[in-house]
Design a protein around this ligand. Structure first.
Ligand code: XBP
Ligand code: MG
Length: 231
């Protein structure tokens, strides 16, 4: 078996538990500050997550609530700008923790000289401070975000860009994802994908993944990686 050379990680729901107590809270604070009555509760937020990207999620929601397309776009743009700042504040106070096992897996892969990168639909303005705060000892070779790759998952563009930047072909890499959209993006980019489920994605169709585990601390997931580190 070819030795694993690079791992490209999704962020939301994979490296960090960011959705329920991070993004969702920031969206709700943005609604509140704007004087809007809308609030996204933890359970229905799981449905909203099927639209990747916070601004697109807002547009889809606002149109469904009866706003005209142009008005929804403009309101979503304003709300999302503020939501991004609020998300940065939540990160600063430690409200967005790493998923159990994330620090250990990243450290172990880095020690085995596996190159680590990130491919996310999230905005660079919060992704960078999050990575710096949560994984200070890890050096990511490429961090590709929804700020520069605006065609979001399940489109494979973000993974193709991560491979272009690092110079690796798909046969050298593995993607790690938590959701159906993420697995689909990775697989369409030609990558093998390890999926780690969470409360929002346990029922997703992850059948395209090479392996599905319950988290980054799942012993079977660790074993999956370790078995690919021997030369
Ligand atoms: C996660 C997302 C992100 C966040 C919000 O998808 O869709 O957009 O929910 O971040 P994935 P922004 O984990 O597949 O990358 O508000 O910055 O878009
Ligand atoms: Mg994700």
């Amino acid at each position: 078996m070819r030795r694993l050379q690079a791992v490209i990680f999704d962020v939301d729901g994979t490296l960090v538990d960011s959705e329920r107590d991070g993004h969702r809270v920031a969206f709700n604070l943005a609604f509140e500050e704007a004087g809007l009555p809308d609030r996204w509760d933890p359970v229905p937020y799981g449905q909203l997550l099927n639209v990747t990207g916070g601004r697109r999620r807002l547009v889809r929601y606002l149109v469904a609530r009866g706003h005209g397309p142009a008005e929804a776009e403009e309101l979503a743009r304003r709300l999302h700008t503020r939501k991004t700042d609020l998300m940065r504040d939540l990160i600063e106070v430690g409200a967005v923790p790493p998923r159990p096992g994330a620090v250990r897996l990243l450290t172990e892969l880095a020690a085995a000289r596996v190159e680590l990168s990130v491919a996310t639909t999230g905005n660079r303005a919060w992704v960078e401070p999050l990575l710096a705060r949560t994984f200070p000892v890890v050096r990511f070779r490429a961090v590709v975000t929804g700020t520069e790759i605006t065609v979001l998952k399940p489109d494979p563009a973000v993974y193709l860009e991560a491979m272009r930047l690092t110079g690796h072909g798909p046969e050298d890499c593995v993607a790690v994802e938590d959701s159906a959209a993420g697995v689909s993006a990775a697989v369409q980019a030609g990558l093998r994908c390890v999926a780690v489920t969470n409360d929002y994605t346990r029922d997703h169709d992850l059948s395209g993944a090479a392996y599905v585990g319950e988290g980054l601390d799942d012993p079977a997931v660790l074993e999956w990686f370790r078995s690919r580190l021997t030369t």
